[in-house]
Design a protein around this ligand. Structure first.
Ligand SMILES: [Cu+2]
Length: 393
């Protein structure tokens, strides 16, 4: 018989899909050990080839065993002996599948689970993580219970000559239970999510709140420009038409709040103080992503975006927790925004209030000498009347 008949098309495609899933997860789980940075990832492809070969080998063995059993079955029938009870075989296969599958799920959680982020370093991050955990526990419990029922019932009620199937087409009570319970659970999850999301995206200071420190973040190909508000605590306005090689983000110096604004290479944040990121992009869509703080929001040209959050763990504390003296929080761009996208990251340091004050006082003014020259400003901006400012010619 031709080899192609060993597998029917449907069986084959299912088997290939299962193999791909298995090979991908196995390779991903091994990637850090199997593919050191120096070899350009060659060993990862070796492992993919290894798993493909392993699959072909297993498929051939299954095909051969299947043929041998078929021959045995037919010989038994011809000799008038009892043939194989395939109902029992299938029942055992179901249980094996259940055990192997559940172990596979457990293996996924233990292997890939270590790839998740460390504890959240912001107030809202803890809330988001809790929501994630609750959803995860509910869905995983349901997953394990339904799989056990599915394969357990297939095993217990396998075809047998000794009993007849009971015709049981419909039961309204069961229908109600499995409609109402998921509906209630999902409603609770969605409503909790909605209220949490509302608190996360609330970028305004409510009365009585500690006012958030405003920080301006502008994304462009391929860097983040960071601006602090200076002594007055207020960021001056911007106008994209004022953008030049010296006034990179187009700060408007007719707004007096702009005069003391500072630019910074690193982002420093005081611990346990709310900060508000004012986010925009100049060319294409970028995305402000700070995974440890569970912060992500798009930076869109022409559309100011905001994210207010409170960091709760200092860089030093996180270094101790992670037992990694080089640990840094990072701001990444999370939109594939062009060839230099990988380069769009900035160190974020969470420090004590005193350290923050010292650091921020040492930052250079945005209005540097080159910019003053370009704007034809005197050395002392305070001495200037507004009408004397020549803005971008
Ligand atoms: Cu980007």
């Amino acid at each position: 018989m031709a080899f192609k008949n060993i597998f029917k098309f449907k069986t084959l495609s299912t088997a290939v899909a299962a193999m791909l899933l298995f090979a991908t997860t196995a390779v991903m789980a091994q990637a850090p050990a199997a593919a050191p940075a120096t070899d350009g990832g060659t060993s990862m492809w070796i492992s993919v080839g290894y798993y493909v070969l392993l699959f072909v080998l297993l498929a051939t063995i299954v095909g051969i065993v299947g043929k041998i059993l078929r021959v045995y079955d037919l010989t038994s029938q011809i000799q008038g002996k009892k043939s194989i009870n395939w109902n029992n075989v299938m029942a055992v296969v179901c249980i094996l599948f259940l055990v192997v599958g559940l172990y596979g799920a457990y293996w996924e959680f233990t292997e890939q689970g270590t790839l998740t982020l460390p504890e959240a370093a912001s107030i809202h991050g803890v809330k988001l993580d809790n929501m994630f955990m609750v959803t995860f526990i509910i869905t995983v419990t349901v997953f394990f219970l339904t799989q056990i029922c599915l394969f357990g019932f297939a095993f217990k009620y396998r075809g047998s000559d000794k009993r007849r199937a009971y015709f049981y087409p419909h039961n309204n009570t069961i229908e109600k239970i499995w409609t109402v319970i998921p509906a209630i659970v999902l409603t609770v999850l969605v409503i909790t999510g909605f209220f949490t999301w509302k608190t996360v995206t609330n970028s305004l200071d409510v009365k009585g709140d500690t006012p958030a420190i405003d920080i301006d973040i502008t994304g462009h190909q391929f860097a983040w420009e960071v601006r602090y508000p200076g002594k007055d605590g207020k960021l001056g306005g911007k106008d994209y038409k004022l953008t030049s090689s010296t006034n990179i983000i187009g700060v408007n110096f007719q707004d007096k709040h702009s005069l003391d604004d500072q630019s910074a290479d690193t982002i420093y944040l005081p611990v346990n103080k709310p900060v508000r990121l004012n986010i925009i992009a100049q060319d294409v869509i970028h995305s402000v992503y700070m995974p440890h703080f569970r912060v992500q929001i798009n930076a869109v040209p022409g559309l100011p975006n905001y994210f207010k959050f409170t960091p709760t763990i200092t860089t030093m504390e996180m270094r101790a927790k992670q037992d990694d003296p080089k640990f840094e929080y990072l701001l990444y761009c999370n939109k594939i925004c062009g060839g230099g996208h990988y380069n769009m990251q900035k160190v974020v340091r969470v420090v004590s209030d005193a350290e923050y004050r010292t650091w921020v006082a040492a930052q250079k003014p945005y209005l540097n000498d080159a910019l003053k020259k370009e704007l034809k400003m005197a050395d002392e901006p305070k001495a200037l009347g507004q009408n004397k400012l020549a803005l971008n010619n």
